[in-house]
Design a binder for this molecule. Structure first.
Ligand code: FDA
Length: 501
């Protein structure tokens, strides 16, 4: 059962004293449920049995965040922080175990300020990446930022975990392009890069959200793009040679020039090859003819558009049939589709014969889809310890497995996902089997609370080394230095490094 709310009276009283009442929603407030639901992505974590926060605080100023942390520390109530609410396990707004906690929703803190002369921008954590893309490109259509592909993703969680996207082969992940940040630590202090020091600044760029403090804003380095980019999407069925092309793509995709990224989505009995090229149709056709002629890509497949339109294309054209830039500003999320996601990294190309077996999984009851995103390019040149994201040189591509269902139909989909993931163990990285922290998966391990204030380093290692490999140890050491009492804690937060008895 959920511990008594009465133990939290002191916390709520402190919050009421220090933060304007119109920014605080307790469970008695009629708008509580709507505010809590506002950025929930996955209805799995919005049920009657979900462990919900005691209150939702919607700060409009850094001082509100500082006050909430101090109230939480004084009264022994933890905070969870939510930027865009896209965490695949809902860790930003629900607890997997009974726990009393307050929720800080940063949705009101979403300014984007572009400095066009410096090629930089400050972006608040509560902005979505769609809002960031829009603000940057409307200021100058020839600058951009490398980040993910769903416009409603929140900057706060996304940057905390990495930021995989269509420009990473050219410019790296989002975290490779962050210059400064403002963070509220476990003592309620507001620190910039100089104030927090290089170890903590390293940890917050990829070490996963919810461990080190609350990042309020980020200074990013903007990158150059041509006025028009070229995209294509070509689907091939098994009869049309999908397996041969896919087998070859595994080596070609990661070794193409950084300007060209080709991802693959497998569902049903087909592979959909989707590309974004920072150049013209003519040179794309020439490159494809040399590198992957089996795909038969021609100029008829070229869709020229601005980079901004290309970011709207991936998710939004499914409903609009054209890339509508303003759609990037919509924060609407839907509670109709339930999802469960897992991830893998491939370091040796999967043999052709195995792809036949893999495709047979997509005929099964409950089958979902997988998305393959190539690394290589700049990703391979960045040292594994430069940021907490260790999956650099030697990685061919990342696999994202997505199971989805509507209503009560989850058993077939999640059973399919678990069995397929087991089967794929033969073909992917091992010792450890690597995973991406932004594709959060509690199946790979959870913290075990040793007492009220600490989680053990040992239970964290189980999942932590899969997300961060040898960077895990440094993350745990940073945590011990900046939050030794483990105030910022969730099921997969970095535990403070302690000697293992
Ligand atoms: P949310 O608010 O749920 O936070 C995620 C975690 O970070 C939580 O633990 C939270 O407490 C913490 N956190 C949030 N704000 C923080 C802050 N300001 N300071 C400190 N901690 C904070 N990823 C990717 O790399 N490339 C992609 O293309 C996609 N595509 C994609 C599509 C869809 C539909 C979904 C649902 C997800 C993705 N993702 C992705 C994964 C996404 O990057 C990941 O879920 C991010 O953590 C989401 O960030 P939000 O702020 O939205 O999440």
């Amino acid at each position: 059962s959920v511990p008594s709310l009465a133990s939290s009276d002191g916390f709520l009283q402190c919050i009421r004293e220090k933060i304007p009442s119109e920014l605080v929603y307790t469970q008695c407030n009629t708008n509580f449920t709507a505010v809590l639901a506002s950025s929930v992505r996955n209805p799995k974590f919005f049920t009657n049995t979900t462990v919900r926060p005691l209150c939702v605080v919607t700060p409009t100023h850094a001082s509100h965040v500082q006050a909430a942390v101090l109230c939480g520390r004084w009264q022994g109530v933890r905070l969870r922080v939510r930027s865009g609410g896209h965490d695949y396990e809902g860790l930003s707004y629900r607890s997997a175990r009974p726990e009393v906690f307050g929720l800080l929703d940063l949705g009101n803190l979403r300014a984007v300020t572009v400095n066009r002369w410096e090629y930089t921008a400050w972006v608040d954590s509560g902005a979505t990446i769609g809002e960031l893309y829009y603000a940057i490109a409307k200021n100058n259509p020839e600058v951009a930022f490398p980040a993910g592909e769903c416009p409603t993703i929140g900057v706060g969680g996304h940057f905390s975990g990495g930021g995989v996207g269509m420009m990473m082969r050219k410019y790296g992940l989002s975290i490779d392009n962050i210059l400064d940040a403002k963070l509220v630590n476990a003592n309620g202090e507001l620190l910039d890069r100089a104030g927090m020091g290089e170890d903590l600044f390293w940890a917050i760029r990829g070490g996963g959200g919810g461990s080190f403090g609350i990042v309020l804003s980020w200074k990013v380095h903007l990158v150059q793009v041509p006025p028009m980019v070229t995209v294509f999407s070509i689907a091939k069925t098994l009869e049309q040679g999908a397996i041969d092309i896919l087998t070859k793509w595994q080596d070609v995709g990661p070794s193409l020039p950084g300007d060209l990224t080709i991802t693959v989505m497998l569902s049903g009995q087909q592979a959909a090859f989707r590309a974004m090229y920072l150049g013209t149709c003519n040179s794309l056709v020439a490159t494809m003819g040399e590198q992957l002629p089996e795909l038969n890509m021609t100029s008829a497949d070229c869709q020229p558009m601005t980079w901004l339109q290309s970011t709207a294309l991936s998710f939004i054209t499914f409903t609009n049939n054209r890339p509508l830039e303003e759609a990037l500003l919509s924060r609407t999320t839907s509670l109709s589709t339930f999802t469960k996601v897992k991830s893998d990294y491939v370091t040796r190309a999967i043999p052709k014969a195995a792809w036949k077996d893999i495709f047979s999984w997509f005929t099964m009851n409950g089958a979902g889809l997988i998305v393959l995103e190539p690394h290589g390019g700049l990703m391979a040149a960045i040292p594994a310890a430069a940021t907490p994201y260790p999956h650099r040189s030697g990685v061919l591509y990342i696999i994202q497995y997505i199971a989805f269902w509507q209503g009560d139909g989850g058993t077939a989909a999640t059973t399919w996902l678990a069995s397929f993931y087991d089967f794929m163990g033969h073909y992917v990285s091992s010792n450890p089997r690597q995973a991406y922290v932004n594709f959060r998966d509690l199946d790979i391990g959870q913290n075990v609370a040793a007492d009220d204030v600490s989680t053990t380093s040992r239970s964290g290692k189980v999942w932590g080394e899969r997300y961060f490999m040898s960077n895990y140890q440094r993350l745990a050491a940073v945590k011990a230095a900046v939050d030794p009492m483990d105030y910022f804690r969730n099921e997969q937060s970095i535990p403070p490094l302690r000697p293992i008895p």
